[in-house]
Design a binder for this molecule. Structure first.
Ligand SMILES: [Zn+2]
Ligand SMILES: [Zn+2]
Length: 236
């Protein structure tokens, strides 16, 4: 018997040979909770990893969704984010789970995802470093932890804190002329560019929504000399 990391109900694990001989790790969520999560499997967008089975056919071209096609057509963003892979569909249940993780400090929940995160890491690259998407200093202080960092740590690979969010003052003073003119600006900067050079990086975040956060982070890393940027997110 174990306690479910999410609903905290006591549950008994389903009996299986794989579990008995140690081939399968015991699940950390009860079957009711596990069932409500939808793993992204099968056909996906080759760049953002969105699940095509829950996505209208008319918004894709071959194996790429229109959102990604739009990003890739813009020469400023071509190839900046090689690929994102998300583990679960961002359904209502996943939203609740992430909210619980982020705002109620229920950081234990992430442990339920460690096995799947690790196997996703191996599929993308075996020699990349993990870089969690940082929170702003204020946000980090309020929350006490960064959920992206918790997710990254579970993959048991080198985690490097190479990014920071610019403060408001930095945003004003460090704007390039171009940025001032275009009104859009990269919210991130690289802390240690020596560690970035010639590295393959996997960014880690909780959710992929529009993809712009990950692309902005990827862009500063590429500019600092990283060779390839991918990302892993819990939900898409
Ligand atoms: Zn449960
Ligand atoms: Zn896509």
């Amino acid at each position: 018997m174990s306690y479910c990391l999410y609903c905290h109900e006591l549950y008994s694990e389903a009996w299986s040979w794989e579990a008995l001989i140690g081939l399968k790790q015991s699940p950390l969520l009860c079957q009711d909770c596990e069932r409500k999560l939808v793993r992204i499997k099968g056909e996906i967008c080759r760049i953002c990893g969105r699940d095509f089975s829950v996505f209208p056919e008319q918004y894709r071209q071959n194996n790429c969704c229109f959102d990604c096609i739009r990003w890739e057509y813009d020469e400023e963003w071509t190839g900046v984010l090689k690929q994102n892979r998300s583990l679960y569909v961002y359904n209502d249940y996943m939203k609740e789970m992430i909210a619980k993780l982020k705002y109620r400090g229920d950081a234990e929940i992430v442990k339920a995802f460690y096995p799947v995160l690790s196997s996703e890491f191996k599929k993308i690259s075996r020699d990349a470093i993990l870089v969690p998407i940082p929170l702003s200093e204020e946000r980090h202080y309020e929350r006490g932890f960064n959920q992206a960092e918790l997710l990254a740590v579970g993959m048991k690979k080198p985690v490097e804190h190479l990014l920071k969010r610019k403060t408001h003052e930095e945003k004003q003073s460090k704007k390039t002329r171009e940025e001032r003119l275009s009104q859009k600006e990269n919210p991130f900067e690289v802390i240690d560019s020596v560690k970035v050079k010639d590295q393959k990086v996997i960014l880690v975040d909780d959710v992929y929504t529009t993809g712009s956060t990950l692309r902005y982070a990827a862009k500063v890393l590429i500019e600092a000399g990283a060779i390839e940027i991918s990302s892993i997110t819990l939900a898409r």
